[in-house]
Design a protein around this ligand. Structure first.
Ligand code: NAI
Length: 480
């Protein structure tokens, strides 16, 4: 705690560097800056206490300061152990008007390279408000904050936290330990938090899946907005963001020439489409694996070879998983990979790759080349290079998606926060999407910022295709 703000970041002296990059990012985030202007005198988030769990990057700093500009109080943690940019975290704590000695910003609990214990500690701190207050909104990426409140409530009701079983990941084990400790101190902490929360807005595909599962089981404690499936989120961030940040991560991690190499992309959803395009852009020969014939056919029509991992794994120079599924690359696959082939995941959780199995492989040994780049040497002498220990490599090895694309995603986040905070009584405990009109508004701001000019419908044309001159321009089932 310093100047009344509790926080845990790597180094507050990085704040000035962080602030300089935030200033540049603001110019590249026209959507967020437009929302600041639009709501300048309204403060729609006054009274909101937002607990946020999302990669603590420069772009996120601009999001946080937008929420504050709209009147919210905010506490923050990163949703991944490797994704924090320490200068952005420092600048967010210090705030635009504070100093490292007298910070005047937002409590942030995040640094690059947290242990799993530290990760869950940070997540708990972000959800623990001073003076007995609780959060009343969650902004989530991947659903860990939402899971903490839900599982915490469930175990408090049961009066006991179950012990982990063999199939549980280390991550979940540490999570259960944290809940056990919390239950011993305050047996109603998460129940109180769950009751106070008016809603959650969720950033990514994996977190949205968890929300729909909770809603289907009737267990969702508060309404949720699925930000991911705003068109200006998943069709831009997941795709064009990855197109930028995937090769950024591979390059910063390895500096290996991508051109001419065989690169396998597992999954051809939004993230996979961006990943394949970025690798092809560097001249790689890209092979796609899919389980869905529609996406597989799309990959084929886009000119990629479609194959199975089993068929291609021993010929690949680079393998990237983008599925949001588990066990996509097994340890047996890894053992068959070429000497010094590169393996990385860009889906939300590290269980796409069997990292635990790799660590247990008889006779394996690990050489850290540098942070977030490991060479794993098999007993036969051949090795593979694993990026970010199997966690999202674009944020672990590089700096994630650039500002302009995140401005689209985060504009939807801000709009969703305002919507749920100000109109929560209109929403049941289900998962909702934002109206298309708002999607079109976010798109138009960014189109204008790029100098694009939109054609306007005549009244007769609008009638002919049965839309309003002002939009929305497509029916809800349109897929873009
Ligand atoms: P999506 O659902 O559009 O695409 C996933 C694709 O993987 C689907 O087409 C599915 O059929 C395929 N798939 C599933 N199991 C497979 C298997 N065993 N083998 C091959 N293909 C398989 O999801 P989206 O939006 O592309 O997201 C994917 C993951 O990336 C999610 O975990 C999401 O949260 C994460 N994400 C990560 C970002 C980052 O910055 N690193 C940004 C946005 C999303």
């Amino acid at each position: 705690t310093r100047a009344g703000i509790d926080f845990a970041v790597a180094d507050l002296s990085l704040a000035e560097f962080g602030r300089r990059e935030i200033r540049l990012a603001e110019h590249e985030m026209p959507g967020l800056m437009a929302l600041r202007r639009e709501y300048a005198e309204v403060y729609p988030l006054r009274g909101a206490r937002i607990s946020g769990s999302l990669h603590m990057t420069v772009q996120t700093a601009v999001l946080i300061e937008t929420l504050v500009a709209l009147g919210a109080e905010v506490r923050w943690a990163s949703c991944n152990i490797f994704s924090t940019q320490d200068h952005a975290a420092a600048a967010t704590v210090v705030g635009p008007h504070g100093t490292p000695e007298e910070p005047a910003g937002v409590p942030v609990f995040a640094w690059k390279g947290e242990s799993l214990e530290e990760y869950w500690w940070c997540t708990e701190q972000m959800l623990t408000w001073p003076d007995g207050a609780t959060a009343n909104m969650i902004l989530d990426d991947g659903g860990d904050a939402t899971m903490l409140v839900h599982k915490g409530t469930q175990y408090e009701k049961a009066g006991v936290v179950p012990s982990a079983d063999d199939s549980d990941s280390d991550e979940f084990r540490v999570f259960l330990d944290l809940l056990r400790a919390s239950l011993a101190v305050d047996a109603s902490k998460w129940t109180k938090t769950g009751e106070a929360i008016l809603g959650v807005t969720e950033e990514t595909t994996t977190g949205v899946l968890r929300l729909y599962q909770l809603a289907a089981q009737g267990e969702l404690l508060f309404p949720a907005i699925n930000v991911n499936d705003a068109v200006t989120k998943s069709k831009f961030d997941n795709r064009y963001g990855i197109r930028h940040s995937l090769i950024d991560g591979i390059n910063r991690g390895t500096d290996v020439l991508i051109g001419g190499k065989v690169a396998v992309v597992c999954g051809y959803g939004d993230v996979g489409k961006g990943a394949a395009e970025s690798l092809r852009g560097q001249g790689a020969r890209v092979v796609v694996t899919e389980i869905d014939p529609i996406c597989a056919l799309q990959a084929a029509m886009d000119g990629y070879q479609v194959s199975t991992l089993a068929n291609i794994v021993d010929k690949a120079d680079i393998i990237i998983t983008t599925t949001g599924n588990k066990d996509v690359v097994t340890v047996d696959d890894m053992a068959r990979m070429k000497h010094q082939a590169i393996l990385g995941n860009i889906g939300h959780f590290d269980n796409e790759l069997d990292m635990a199995g790799l660590a247990r492989f008889p006779g394996i040994h690990r050489i850290e080349i540098k942070p977030q780049v490991d060479e794993w040497v098999f007993p036969d002498g051949h090795s593979i290079i694993v990026l970010s220990e199997g966690r999202l490599l674009n944020l672990g090895n590089a700096t994630g998606h650039p500002s302009f694309v995140m401005s689209n995603s985060f504009s939807n986040q801000v709009i969703a926060q305002v919507e749920l905070f100000t109109k929560h009584e209109e929403y049941d405990r289900e998962v909702f999407r934002l109206p298309k009109k708002l999607d079109e508004k976010v798109a138009l701001i960014h189109l204008n910022a790029l100098g694009g000019e939109l054609t306007r419908l005549t009244k007769e044309q609008a009638e002919y295709i049965d839309v309003d001159v002002e939009g929305p321009f497509k029916p809800d089932h349109y897929r873009y």
